[in-house]
Design a protein around this ligand. Structure first.
Ligand SMILES: C[S@@+](CC[C@H](N)C(=O)[O-])C[C@H]1O[C@@H](n2cnc3c(N)ncnc32)[C@H](O)[C@@H]1O
Length: 148
């Protein structure tokens, strides 16, 4: 995993991604919350979603454990988990990567593809919850949506 895309982006936007081991260590500080399906997380400078993806993975592990026996419940609670994760990011390419990374993890855990209805719902959730905006002014920038 590369932590820097370019020196210019570091200078312009402070874009340095957090390494996986540090993400896990920081999430462990609030372990119980990361393992609660309906706990809400907002990351105001989310980049490509390093924290959000790991939070989602933790929630999905709990979903599998508690609701693995029922496909309906598994999908329902997995969607609830996804709906409780929010991000704001300034740069359009990071927004797209963040949504795609979350969608990949979510869809893989449920073995869903882009022709499945819940997958399309997840895309809509990500378009709404992962906002292309400026977290300092709390203003939304141009819409960047994932298409299905
Ligand atoms: C230090 S990186 C961290 C990314 C991610 N949170 C991580 O830990 O890997 C900061 C991110 O915040 C974004 N950013 C910078 N200023 C911002 C602002 N005013 N509003 C929203 N995002 C911003 C950058 O584009 C960059 O992706």
């Amino acid at each position: 995993m590369t932590l820097v895309k370019s020196k210019q982006r570091v200078a312009d936007h402070g874009e340095v991604f957090t390494p996986p081991w540090m993400v896990q260590a920081m999430l462990d500080l609030v372990k119980d919350e990361t393992e609660r399906i309906d706990s809400r997380f907002l990351e105001p400078a989310c980049g490509s979603g390093n924290f959000m993806v790991q939070i989602l993975r933790r929630k999905l592990a709990v979903v599998a454990l508690k609701y693995g026996a029922s496909e309906f419940e598994r999908q329902h609670y997995a969607l609830l988990g996804l709906m409780c994760i929010y991000g704001i990011e300034l740069l359009p390419d990071n927004i797209s990567e963040c949504r795609a990374n979350l969608l990949d993890v979510w869809a893989e855990a449920l073995a869903l593809s882009d022709t499945d209805e819940p997958y399309r719902t997840a895309v809509q959730v990500l378009n709404v919850n992962v906002v292309h905006g400026d977290a300092l002014t709390m203003r939304e920038l141009a819409a960047v949506n994932v298409d299905v």
